[in-house]
Design a protein around this ligand. Structure first.
Ligand SMILES: O=c1[nH]cnc2c1ncn2[C@@H]1O[C@H](COP(=O)(O)OP(=O)(O)O)[C@@H](O)[C@H]1O
Length: 192
């Protein structure tokens, strides 16, 4: 699937496309792995029913009224959390015209405190779609271990749905959650 960037506004004029909205929830963390490797940020993704990784969210129905109302409905079903995501949380939009479906993906990011993010993790196991469409939330390791593979490079080697992998890398870069040289190395050493 080939996704290209498009503005949120222009994407809404596209004919025959379905729209999907997804959100990356993250929080600063001063925790350390094994007491020494800084975690720096907790970043949430989810393991989906199809075995791939993606972000919370989904298709927006015309009945939803707005993209953000659709996103909040999907997030409620998947996480059981009322996040009240708004247009100001929007980060980027991409369109893909490759068959079988014309798709626009809208991506949002939301910074929370670690305590708020942990509340979402706890609540997610009681959400409607837990164990069905969503197999569980996962945190993205942002560090790279000494072997050069463990951590972010190995995580990026997983299978991702749609353009979720690009959304993750772009967000880590633009929000400066991972420093550029480490991000470059992680991409280079991932099995993709
Ligand atoms: O995290 C993501 N980022 C980008 N695209 C995604 C992500 N998750 C799913 N998609 C794509 O968005 C569309 C909607 O998928 P999803 O399974 O989230 O919707 P649904 O829960 O409404 O069925 C699918 O075409 C899928 O390829």
């Amino acid at each position: 699937m080939n996704f290209g960037p498009v503005s949120r506004q222009d994407s809404l004029q596209l004919k025959g496309y379905r729209h999907a909205c997804h959100v990356m929830i993250y929080a600063p963390s001063d925790e350390k792995l094994f007491g020494k490797i800084p975690i720096r940020y907790a970043v949430l993704m989810q393991l989906r029913f199809d075995g791939r990784l993606g972000f919370p969210g989904g298709f927006v129905d015309p009945a939803d009224g707005s993209l953000e109302e659709g996103l909040n409905r999907e997030v409620g079903e998947e996480l059981g959390a009322g996040l009240a995501l708004a247009e100001s949380d929007h980060m980027c939009t991409h369109a893909c015209s490759t068959p079988p479906q014309k798709l626009v993906t809208h991506f949002y990011t939301k910074k929370l405190s670690l305590a708020e993010l942990q509340d979402i993790e706890r609540g997610a196991v009681t959400a409607r779609e837990h164990g069905k469409e969503v197999m569980g939330l996962v945190r993205v390791p942002l560090y790279t271990l000494r072997d050069g593979i463990g951590g972010l490079p190995a995580f990026l080697s997983n299978s991702f749905v749609g353009n979720a992998r690009c959304q993750l890398v772009d967000a880590l870069r633009s929000l400066q959650l991972v420093r550029e040289p480490w991000l470059q190395l992680a991409i280079k050493h991932s099995h993709r």
